[in-house]
Each structure stands twice: as structure tokens, then as C-alpha cells.
Design a protein around this ligand. Structure first.
Ligand code: MN
Length: 717
């Protein structure tokens, strides 16, 4: 536990004039009111506010914030009142403590009430004074560090996911990178310990493989810069397990080499040296294209500045490099706080605005001007009821949450909605029923030959889209009636020995009060008027014959329908197909239930189902008219078989590691075939019984993290 004088020393190190008496009184007050309360760990409760205060001293925060940290749980958890706090510590501290208390109450509510309105209040409270948020984040950080002491697993999990979803993004938003990383990693350890352990094991393995690689790389970079006369401090940093895991999931790549786990940082004296160092490195090593980013000329919203690049560095290693000045480095590590600490050293003492950066930070948060910044905010607002998407031109389209590309298309223009056949979301072709997310760029693929599909009605959420689809279905229904009506009339006319033509109806329109032959035919198709009525009207002589029974039954609507529907039965569990269409599953990508899929129509052959990320689709990209938006009918309850190709290192225990990872993840190996055998590696094809594609992806990710396994791919052709 931090002792009173230790805390004071920590503050005095950056603020020699701190009001010691104030800090001491807060220390004693909090210790007294928390009394004998204990934490889940068995520690005295008071150790918690102390640790929180300690975390905040590292950010060099003012006395009011440190005092608030010491007092932050007193109103909620002890007999102390806000009035007392105000009496002893003044209105500023009281206001801050009140702010933190309110935030804490928000967490206590159930998942349900935590939604929209409360979360907005949360943000509101946050913007009242940024220090409230800083105390709250430090509070959460300490609670996460001690999370394992909580016995209730459900509660641990809830706290951890709340941390990932709300607090880590908030920390990132204000540039507290350290906070964000640590919060995410602690939450990861709780939510998915097995994945984290796998990543850690793999890290360990790679570290052993390239034990001295990092040093050699640093030495190589140092020499290159030194030869050019640039003084630089170069460090290698291992990426966090959570960010490695995210990358594995997002890009579906294994991490194979050091470059996947290490990033190198070059810290130089000033801005000019940053660009010089970049020039030297680009001149000395081959540059990996497309990876250079200049966050110096255009800093990130949270104040982050750096040059990022990737080169084939010493030892032929692909390495990521960040170049920045010392100040930029501090900001990147400690957030905007550091930036203003730098600034204030010269000016703040002058105008007395010692903690001016707090106000500045607040302004940054308040003045979110452009749509991009706005999105930065809304990214946090996970419970918001809106999504904001962009057209390829950059126009912002706002839609209700749950909206799909079809809603988007209709929001842009009803013609685009009516002729929409597919959508690219962030450059990838995705099913039309995909729910859009904040910041998605959506490009609608249209085809004049296309028309709205009735299945869309099942997933659109905007009134505009729904109305347009309904209108279309009504007119489609009309066509259907005309089609049926004509078929009925043709048969009926045939049976009495005449050939049918629409012209025959012209003379009898008035009798049936219809405007056009089409209308009359549709009336027959819908069953309002019978074929017999028409026949009798057209050939009055037939009336007697009908009555005398010399003419047999005239074909009925029901009979024609029945015939038409005979081949409608569709055993394929896919929605969006025209009944009776032949369906094939593509051999290139083996779609599984749960995969996102798309149909490609081949005239005369039917439709072939591909997974949405199948490479074969490229060749159809300029033929949107052949794309068919399809989806799986139901999540089938029974299991399916997915095939994976695995390359295993030929060493003792490798196969059993493979089998146990699959078993641990509840997969069942149905078939295993060695497809290629070499001295050092085996290639194998394995059929695994899984519940759905997500299950298979989990197994693949777990296998990739297994040291004995070199590579894992879903079988594709
Ligand atoms: Mn607390």
C-alpha cells in the first residue's frame, strides 16, 4: 500500500508547490471513512483509492484530481456525504467526486438500462470535466488489475467486456495508449484466457527462434542512421497479445515471423530529423509498398504523431518502424496530457493556467466538427440508435441501427434501391442483408435488368425502402395474375375449340367493367372472374352448351396454380433463389452453412453458390447482372463438416497437439489425410465436424496459435 509520504513525494516530483495539507486531509479522511472495509482480495479497501491516486500521479495531474481519486468511492460506499466533502475539500473537489460517483452508478445498472440514454449521460458527465473521466479510467484500470479476486465469474465477465467495449475505446480516444493497451489485455485475459495463452505460447516460441534477431535489427538500423550522422534512440517493442489476436482474426493470418510481433521505434531530436531518418532508412532498405503513413503532417485525432513505415530490414526481416521525436513519443505513450505538459512548461507558468491542457482536451472532445471526428465519437457510442455510412463520394448517409445496404441504396435514391443487385462495403462485396456499421463506405452495384426482391422486405429497416419494395411487389403480383389469367384463358379457349388471343377480350371489357384486356386477364388470374364467365361473354352460344353439360369442366384457377407450383419445392436451404433453380456449391470455396454467400447465375446451368470472399468472384466483378443475393435459410441445428489444410512440423507430439487443440475447441475429426510428407513438415487435409463456420474459425485461430503447427487454411479448391 502506498504510504502517505510516498504519495506526496510522487506529486511533489512534478508539482513542488502542491497543497500538501489538502492531500494529507484527503488521505486521512478516505482512510477513516473506509475504515475496516475490505476488497475482494482481502486488502483494506483504502488501498484501492490510493492506487488510483498513484496511477494518476504518473499522468502528473493536479491536486484536485488526486484528491478526487482518494475520495472517489466515499460517497457511494461509505457514510460520507457530498455535503461533507464540499465542506472539507471545497466545491471543485465535490463536483468532481459527484461526477465519478454518477459514472459508477451507471455501471451498476443492468445491461438493458445501460443503453442509449444512460450512455449519452455518461458522455455528458464526461465532458463536464475531463478529470472525472481520467479518475474513472484509473479506477477501472485498478479494478481490472485486481479483477481475478472477484469470485463471481459472471460479474468478472461483465466487467471485462464493459472494459473492452467502453473504457478502452474511451482511453484511446483521449490518447491514453498505455491505459488502452493494459485495459484491453486485462479484459482479454478474462474473456478469452485460452486464446491469450495460445498467443503467449506462440510469442514465447517466436522469441526463442529469433532470440538475437531484435538486437541485430536494432544494431543494423543504428548503424545506418549513425553513418548518415543522425543521432537516434532505437527500441524494439513486442506487440500486445490482444492486438496480435485481433490481427490474426481480422486478417485471418497466422503470425509467423518476428515482424508480426515486434515493432521498432526510432526516437530522434526534432521533426526535421524524423524525415531525414526516414530518408536514410528508405535509402538503405527496400520499402514494403503501401505501408508508409505520415501522421506528422496529419496527426491522428487524439494528437498522435509519428511516421510509420515498413522495410525489408537487416537480416531480410520485414520490420515495422515508427519514427518520432521525444515529445511525440511521450504524447503517444501518455496521451494529450503529455503534450500539454510540454507546452505548459514554457507558457503556462506565465499566465497561471497551469492545467490548461485539461481545458484544451475538453475542447477537442466538444468540438467534433467534421464527419470523421463525429464518427470517432460515435464509435464509442455503441448503444446509439444510428449508423453513419459514406457513399464512395464521401457523402454521409445516416440510417437507423440495423440498416442494410438496401436501406442505404433507397436512402440515396429510389432508382438506386430499385435496381440494386449487390453492395461493396469498404471495398468488399457483401450480402445485401449485412447490417451496416458506423463509418462503412458503401458502394451499391446496380443493374437496369434488376428489380426489388420480396425477400428484402424481411431485412430492411427504413420506411422508405419498405414502401418501395411493397409497391414493387404489388406490381409484380399484378404481372403474376396476368400470367396466370392468360394461361387459364388459353386452356379454356382450347377446350371449347378456339385459339385464344387478347383481342378476343376487347369486345367484352365493358361487361366486366374493366379498362384494358390486361386488367380483365388479371381479374381472371386472381380468381375474381372465372374463365367460364369470359367464354360465355365472348361466345354467347356456349351458354346453353354449358348448361346442357355438353362441354366438360372448364379449367380452373386452382388447377393451373397446382401445375405451376409442382416444381416449386426447394430442398436447398438457401433464401433468395427462384423456385426450381438448379443449385451447385462451388468447388473452389466449399461454402458452409453460416458462411456469407453469394450466387452466380450461369444461364442454362442454374446458380453456383460461392463464399463471399472466394477469389473466383473476381472474374464476375464486371457482370453484376449475374450476381444473386442469397443467404442461408436457417442455422441448421445438426453439425456440418469443414475441411482444413494444415502444415504440421514433423516432431514428436505435434500430432497430439493438433488433435488436442481441436478437441479442446469441441471439434470432432472425421477424416484425416496426409497429402504431402517431407522430412520437416507434413501437409494434411482434415475434415472437422463443427456447428457452423464461426466454430470452424475458432478452431483455425486456435491451431494457428499452436507452436507445432506451421500453417492452417480453410480448404479452398
Ligand atoms: Mn473505485
Amino acid at each position: 500500500m502506498i504510504r502517505q509520504f510516498e504519495l506526496l513525494e510522487m506529486i511533489r516530483a512534478y508539482d513542488p508547490d502542491v497543497d500538501e495539507d489538502l492531500i494529507n486531509r484527503a488521505y486521512v479522511f478516505a482512510m477513516r471513512v473506509h475504515g475496516t472495509q475490505k476488497r475482494a482480495s482481502g486488502d483494506p479497501y483504502f488501498s484501492h483509492p490510493l492506487e488510483v491516486a498513484g496511477i494518476l500521479t504518473r499522468m502528473k495531474l493536479d491536486a484536485a484530481t488526486i484528491v478526487t481519486a482518494l475520495l472517489h468511492d466515499t460517497v457511494e460506499d461509505t457514510l460520507a456525504t457530498l455535503k461533507e466533502i464540499e465542506k472539507h475539500f471545497g466545491p471543485e473537489v465535490a463536483r468532481l467526486v459527484d461526477g465519478v460517483t454518477k459514472l459508477s452508478r451507471l455501471e451498476l445498472q443492468s445491461d438493458h438500462t445501460r443503453e442509449a440514454e444512460n450512455f449519452r449521460k455518461f458522455l455528458l458527465a464526461m465532458s463536464e470535466d475531463i478529470r472525472v473521466l481520467l479518475v474513472k479510467l484509473a479506477d477501472r484500470l485498478h479494478n481490472m488489475r485486481t479483477l481475478h479476486h472477484i469470485e463471481d465469474a459472471e460479474k468478472r465477465r461483465r466487467i471485462a467486456s464493459e472494459t473492452t467495449e467502453i473504457y478502452a475505446p474511451l482511453a484511446e480516444r483521449i490518447g491514453l495508449r498505455d491505459f488502452k493497451d493494459e485495459l484491453e489485455d486485462l479484459a482479454f485475459a478474462e474473456i478469452n484466457p485460452e486464446a491469450r495463452n495460445s498467443v503467449l505460447a506462440r510469442l514465447e516460441f517466436l522469441r526463442e527462434q529469433g532470440a538475437d534477431a531484435a538486437e541485430r535489427i536494432i544494431a543494423g538500423l543504428e548503424k545506418a542512421l549513425k553513418d548518415a550522422g543522425i543521432r537516434a534512440e532505437i527500441t524494439g517493442r513486442e506487440k500486445r497479445p490482444y492486438s496480435i489476436w485481433l490481427k490474426m482474426q481480422r486478417k485471418r493470418v497466422p503470425f509467423e515471423q518476428l515482424s508480426d510481433i515486434m515493432a521498432f521505434r526510432v526516437v530522434v531530436e526534432d521533426r526535421a530529423h524524423c524525415y531525414q531518418a526516414l530518408g536514410v532508412l528508405h535509402g538503405s532498405y527496400p520499402v514494403v509498398p503501401g505501408r508508409f503513413k505520415d501522421y506528422m503532417s496529419t496527426p491522428k485525432r487524439n494528437g498522435y504523431r509519428s511516421l510509420h513505415t515498413c522495410v525489408i530490414g537487416p537480416g531480410r526481416n520485414r520490420i515495422e518502424i515508427q519514427i518520432r521525436t521525444r515529445e511525440m513519443h511521450e504524447v503517444a505513450e501518455r496521451g494529450v496530457a503529455a503534450h500539454w505538459a510540454y507546452k505548459q512548461s514554457e507558457e503556462a507558468t506565465r499566465d497561471g493556467r497551469k492545467y490548461g491542457w485539461l481545458r484544451e482536451l475538453l475542447q477537442i472532445l466538444e468540438q467534433a466538427a467534421g464527419p470523421e471526428e463525429f464518427l470517432e465519437h460515435t464509435k464509442l457510442e455503441m448503444f446509439q440508435d444510428q449508423v453513419f455510412c459514406f457513399t464512395p463520394r464521401g457523402d454521409l448517409i445516416s440510417l437507423p441501427r440495423g440498416a442494410t445496404p438496401v436501406d442505404f441504396a433507397y436512402a440515396v435514391h429510389s432508382d438506386i434501391g430499385d435496381t440494386c443487385v449487390g453492395a461493396k462495403i469498404n471495398g468488399r462485396i457483401m450480402p445485401l442483408k449485412t447490417q451496416l456499421e458506423n463509418g462503412d463506405q458503401v458502394e451499391i452495384i446496380t443493374s437496369k435488368a434488376q428489380s426489388p426482391s420480396p425477400t428484402w422486405e424481411g431485412f430492411v429497416v427504413t420506411g422508405k425502402a419498405r414502401a418501395a419494395i411493397r409497391k414493387f411487389i404489388r406490381s409484380r403480383q399484378m404481372q403474376e395474375y396476368v400470367y396466370l389469367g392468360r394461361a387459364i384463358l388459353e386452356k379454356a379457349f382450347n377446350e371449347v375449340g378456339y385459339e385464344y388471343s387478347d383481342k378476343a377480350l376487347k369486345g367484352v371489357l365493358k361487361i366486366f367493367r374493366q379498362e384494358t384486356p390486361e386488367d380483365l386477364i388479371a381479374a381472371v388470374g386472381s380468381g375474381v372472374i372465372t374463365a367460364r364467365q369470359i367464354l360465355v361473354a365472348v361466345f354467347p352460344g356456349l351458354k346453353d352448351e354449358f348448361e346442357a353439360g355438353t362441354i366438360g369442366k372448364v379449367v380452373t384457377l386452382a388447377a393451373v396454380r397446382k401445375e405451376r407450383d409442382k416444381d416449386k419445392g426447394n430442398a436447398v436451404p438457401i433464401k433468395g433463389l427462384t423456385p426450381g433453380m438448379a443449385v451447385h456449391y462451388a468447388n473452389c470455396c466449399h461454402p458452409l452453412m453460416g458462411d456469407r454467400i453469394v450466387g452466380i447465375v450461369t444461364p442454362g446451368k442454374g446458380v453456383t453458390i460461392h463464399t463471399i470472399d472466394c477469389d473466383t468472384l473476381e472474374s464476375f466483378s464486371d457482370m453484376p447482372e449475374r450476381w444473386l443475393d442469397v443467404s442461408w435459410e436457417v442455422e441448421r441445428a445438426d453439425n456440418q463438416v469443414g475441411r482444413i489444410n494444415v502444415t504440421v512440423i514433423n516432431e514428436p507430439g505435434a500430432l497430439s497437439a493438433l488433435a488436442s487443440v481441436i478437441a479442446k475447441n469441441l471439434g470432432n475429426i472425421l477424416n484425416l489425410k496426409i497429402t504431402h510428407r517431407a522430412a520437416d513438415f507434413f501437409d494434411m487435409a482434415i475434415d472437422v465436424e463443427v456447428q457452423n463456420v464461426k466454430h470452424l474459425s475458432n478452431i483455425i485461430a486456435a491451431l494457428r496459435a499452436t507452436p507445432a503447427i506451421n500453417s492452417v487454411e480453410r480448404a479452398r479448391g
